[in-house]
Design a protein around this ligand. Structure first.
Ligand code: PEP
Ligand code: MG
Length: 902
């Protein structure tokens, strides 16, 4: 019965059977080809093998039962539809075999074109192409090259060398000058290379070619670069790729043929208009690889007006249908337009905001949908600085502004060198003639990418935009010499290690380091740029979408800030309070001495004196913060880290004391210090005497802080301001700890506050797993909880916060144990579950309990959605991330099924 079910499973869909919503099953490319087919657009016929088939293949190492038969049936129907048979010696059908995962992974997986050509059908293809032998042999050599490289792992350079050799023999540098005889000779050379590396002849049986190509596409899901790309883009590892088998159409049949890529709006700025690149007499991979320089799409109007007009009509139709920017790949075969792909196009962060705003104006989407179309990561990118240019800086070259931002760094020419220098902390710019998927590591490591070839749609441009990395492509004035590790520009030579600056918005390239200035978006958030007066479409779009996010969100957003200055900035960025003021930061700098005194005291009187000296300083700190946050809540956390952090390191001190003793100096004070450091030394300080434990062990310490907070609040209130302090006790694991601190604090507060009208809340951090699991009890003694997800992650996983990320997380990421560090984005299943339990049990015990989070996760976009779903009242994060959290909280609130914004 089970076997029967497997046989019946549907693994292959004709284009006419699918639609755009079946991306999980058919991949993005397959689903959209189906959608276009059903819209009646000119799509070459074909079928899609599902991601399920790929997953089954990857799990077992063989094609699932029934797949071969289904491919056969669909191939027959494709042959019938086209009136041609695969491998027919007289009139052959050729197909392309293309990968296509749910999320676009440009260039990361395999494609094989011209499947179905062999020694006999190449003759038929020439006849089919009106006796164009050159075309037929060129197609055949491309098949052997692509098939050899991707299916049989023949080193690509060997084919490249043979091609260079053929061009040299002909005395040319252009492929186009090779004639049919040259290409026939090249096919022979390629076959020999194939035989040498695989031990077999190039397969002549078309169906075998097809099956091997399909298998290679399945396997390419796990190719190293694909795995790396998924990790970078946070694409799940278990989706698999679909495989599209499509009747070939040819852009390389002569000057009336060609191929191109187009966007329905500018994917860099979002500006309305038609953007794209066209290459006459070429196949698609030539454009994407940036091998030859393209012409702007507008030139097609002159070359082939009929196809141009038809294309424009289709683009308008697709935008209306998808209600979004679409990108398109097309081919013109002897004046007939074919659509090879469309999808909702990748875009820069700026374009995402601008386009979302435009689409609202055009009535295609509403503001909720606009909010869904942008995200916090994009907003964060827009807050990066830009170059500050004055007359001293003249660009030395101009290419295409392929991915915006400003980047300066040392020039490197290889991916390996980029990785090496970046690991040493250097900013590097990766300079290449063009990039290819093998450069991915270097692109990740570099601050920016500069290429001398290619356009907005070349590999470098597409991948850099996806990563949010600055990229200038096609700067053809620069002459790159990779082996010599230099490039030349306007008579000057730039060597590896020299500094250049690139502007991914304007495409300009500068020698040396150009200073940077803050982004307009930051100026808007800071209140120094009025959106109504800004002539910048981006600032207006950001303002509009942020306003909607603020109106929609349920989560409040606070900031983590320890100084008046940070508090003021946080407020400008829209923080609705302070969620974490870490008081230990107030014990650093020149106050260290006072803390040292506190630690070294032997008697109660000495201790009281030391604390009394600290009190006014603490009070002044709080006064400043309360004044800045006038009327907004300020959560002040009592001192948390181990006291020995305020003392000098043990080894250094021991050496200093020994040396001084040797010299016969008076070292009584240093000896006392050394004894204290020894006494306080802990093997696991993160699990030792810190937080509430310190407060319970050192009499008067927390009392001094509570008094400083209450006195500051009273002073600000008497000045006419409004202070709303919330005192937070760290590292609580048992309600008794909190009760003890609270009893003492309440007495002090009552005494200080008197009839001033100041109200002080007392609550706790939930950052020890035991606290989360006993939240019902703890809530009896707490007016609020704030989740310290940094410590909760540390103690939930047993991962030392200070060590593990550098030490071994790379291996955990490689093994897929997690897709992203749990310190960066909340581990929903484990640590998140502790948060959920504590929130539920805390609220059950005390319904009015205020709930927030102040660990790093409070500013992480993914985590904000989780905290929204758990029902917290607020998230708190660093001031710079406040706008991101506001946006994501709004997105979480309007979240609907919607389209994938990736
Ligand atoms: C936490 O643990 O998440 C927290 C906010 O406290 P800290 O990072 O200061 O330990
Ligand atoms: Mg903590």
């Amino acid at each position: 019965m089970a076997a029967q079910e497997t046989v019946d499973h549907k693994y292959v869909y004709d284009f006419a059977e699918g639609n755009k919503d079946l991306k999980d099953l058919l991949g993005g490319k397959g689903a959209n080809l189906a959608e276009m087919t059903n819209l009646g657009l000119p799509v070459p016929p074909g079928f899609t093998i599902t991601t399920e088939a790929c997953k089954a293949y990857l799990a077992t190492g063989r094609e699932p039962d029934g797949l071969a038969g289904q491919i056969e049936a669909h191939l027959e129907s494709l042959e019938r539809g086209m009136g041609r048979r695969l491998g027919d010696p007289h009139d052959p059908l050729l197909v392309s075999v293309r990968s296509g995962a749910k999320f676009s992974m440009p260039g990361m997986m395999e494609t094989v074109l011209n499947v179905g050509l062999n020694d006999r059908s190449v003759v038929g293809l020439a006849a089919q192409a009106g006796g164009n032998e050159r075309f037929a042999w060129d197609s055949y050599r491309r098949l052997i090259q692509m098939f050899g490289k991707t299916v049989c792992e023949v080193p690509g350079e060997e084919f490249e060398h043979a091609l260079d050799e053929a061009k040299r023999a002909r005395g040319t540098t252009s492929d186009l000058d090779l004639d049919a005889d040259d290409l026939r000779g090249l096919v022979d050379a390629y076959k020999k290379i194939f035989l040498k590396h695989t031990g077999r002849d190039f397969p002549q049986e078309p169906r075998e070619q097809l099956d091997l190509a399909i298998r290679a596409v399945f396997e390419s899901w796990n190719a190293e670069r694909a795995v790396l790309y998924r990790r970078q883009e946070r694409i799940p590892a278990d989706l698999g790729t679909a495989v599209n088998v499509v009747a070939m159409v040819f852009g390389n049949l002569g000057p009336d043929s060609g191929t191109g890529v187009a966007f329905t709006r500018d994917p860099a700025s979002g500006a309305q208009g038609i953007y794209g690149d066209y290459l006459a007499n070429a196949q698609g991979e030539d454009v994407v690889a940036g091998i030859r320089n393209t012409v702007p799409l507008q030139d097609l109007e002159r070359l082939d007006k009929r196809s141009y007009d038809e294309l424009l009509g289709i683009m308008a139709r697709l935008e209306g249908h998808y209600r979004d920017l679409c990108d398109i790949e097309f081919t013109i075969e002897r004046g007939k337009l074919w659509m090879l792909q469309t999808r909702v196009g990748k875009r820069t962060a700026a374009a995402a905001f601008v386009i979302a705003g435009q689409l609202v104006d055009e009535g295609l989407i509403d503001l909720d949908e606009a909010l869904h179309r942008v995200n916090g990561a994009q907003l964060a990118q827009l807050m990066f600085p830009r170059f500050q240019l004055d007359h001293d800086f003249e660009p030395v070259a101009k290419g295409v502004g392929a991915s915006p931002g400003a980047a300066s760094g040392k020039v490197v020419f290889t991916s390996a060198r980029a990785v090496e220098l970046a690991a040493e902390g250097e900013a590097v710019i990766l300079v290449r003639r063009e990039t290819n998927p093998d450069d991915l590591n270097g692109m990740i490591a570099a601050k920016g990418i500069l290429t001398s070839r290619g356009g907005k749609t070349s590999h470098a441009a597409v991948v850099a935009r996806g990563m949010g990395k600055t990229c200038v492509s096609g700067a053809d004035e620069i002459d790159v010499n990779v082996p010599a590790k230099r490039f030349s520009i306007a008579g000057q030579t730039v060597n590896e290690g020299d500094v250049v600056s690139i502007d991914g918005t304007t495409g300009k390239v500068y020698l040396g380091e150009v200073p940077v200035m803050p982004s307009e978006v930051v100026r808007y958030f800071e209140g120094t740029l009025d959106p109504d007066e800004a002539d910048d479409a981006l600032v207006r779009a950001v303002h509009r979408i942020m306003t909607h996010a603020d109106a929609a969100r349920r989560l409040a957003v606070r900031a983590n800030a320890d100084t008046g200055e940070d508090a003021a900035r946080a407020r400008r960025f829209g923080a609705q309070g302070i969620g974490l003021c870490r008081t230990e930061h107030m014990f650093l700098g020149d106050r260290r001495e006072l803390v040292e005194r506190l630690i070294l005291t032997r008697t109660d009187t000495e201790r009281s004196d030391a604390l009394a000296a600290l009190l006014p300083l603490q009070r002044d700190d709080f006064v400043e913060i309360f004044r800045e946050m006038d009327g907004l809540p300020v959560t002040v956390r009592l001192i948390d880290p181990p006291l020995h952090e305020f003392l000098p390191p043990l080894e250094q001190l021991a050496v200093d004391v020994a040396v001084a003793q040797e010299r016969g100096e008076d070292v009584a004070k240093e000896e006392a210090l050394l004894a204290a450091v020894r006494r306080m030394h802990e093997e696991n300080p993160m699990l030792g005497l810190r937080g509430v434990r310190l407060g319970l062990v050192i009499p008067g310490l927390f009392a001094m802080q509570v008094r400083a907070i209450a006195e500051a609040a009273v002073r600000v209130t008497r000045e006419g301001g409004s202070a709303c302090p919330e005192i937070m006790v760290p590292l609580v694991g048992a309600v008794q700890e909190l009760e003890t601190v609270r009893a003492e604090a309440e007495k002090i507060i009552a005494e200080v506050v008197g009839d001033s009208g100041v109200e002080v809340l007392i609550g706790t951090m939930i950052e020890v797993p035991r606290a989360a699991l006993t939240a019902g009890q703890i809530a009896e003694a707490a007016q609020f909880f704030s989740f310290g997800t940094n410590d909760l992650t540390q103690m939930g996983w047993g991962f030392s916060r200070d060590d593990v990320e550098g030490a071994f997380f790379w291996r955990y990421l490689e093994l897929g144990i997690f897709g992203i560090s749990p310190f960066e984005s909340i581990d929903r299943d484990g640590v998140g579950r502790l948060v959920r339990i504590a929130a539920e049990e805390g609220r059950a015990a005390r319904p009015e309990l205020k709930l927030g989070v102040c660990g790093e996760h409070g500013g992480d976009p993914e985590s904000v959605h989780f905290f929204h779903s758990v029902g917290l009242d607020y998230v708190s994060c660093s001031p710079f991330r406040v706008p991101v959290a506001r946006l994501e909280a709004g997105r979480a609130a309007v979240e609907t099924v919607g389209s994938d914004s990736r």
